[in-house]
Design a protein. Sequence first.
Length: 260
Amino acid sequence: MGHLATAADGTRIAYQLQGDGPQLLLLAGQANSHHWWDPVRADFERQTITLDWRGTGDSDRPDVVYSTEGFADDVIAVLDDAGIESIDVYGTSMGGRVAQWLAIRYPERVRSLVLGCTSPGKKHGYERSQDIRQALARADQAGRDRILLDLMYTPTWLANHPGPYYVLGDSTMPTYARGRHLVASNNHDAWDELPAIKSPTLILHGADDLFSPAANADLLASRIPDARAHVIPHARHAYFHEFQSVASQLVLDFLADSSV
């Protein structure tokens, strides 16, 4: 079901509630709407809350500076509108960067935290290679999609799953908004603040992820008190989809342990 929250600057943020039970907030990757979670959302056997980042989906698309800290403020507007005081949070890719700020700036709102295929930021995190950046920048849309699919999934999985794919970005985004998302994600830097995170934290990553290298998992675990990391063998950036039987169960087990 679709709802609209209003951020501090008046931007309307679309969000969706689905299912019943304990609540879990799911945060998607850069330049993607809530559809990022469509293939795995039912795995969690909870009431899941998703949102369309500003610039995507049914949210407003202001041509202003975006940041991961600002996206976190948008999430708080959603939680306030939904009447949610505290919630378990699972963020992947850029959504994991936003989730870091949620746990840092709004600790009372985050019961437990799962960070997937993400990074502490540009100054200290392990970033994708310059070759990958240049290839994505040079490619036309079809070429870019082919490169992204190779970064997201193994060749064997792609050969047996012709789509649709939900991790290639929101095709309805204006060009300026896509650029704003890229800059927001690239400028993320939570390194100095990560030790302040109090929420129980699980970090997940694909071992063969070149889009956000797997070394980031242990790096984050070394900065967040009592965090534990699990790296999934053979998985790439979209580990949560291709390896969902493993990844979703890891999340469910962690959430069950954290609620005890």
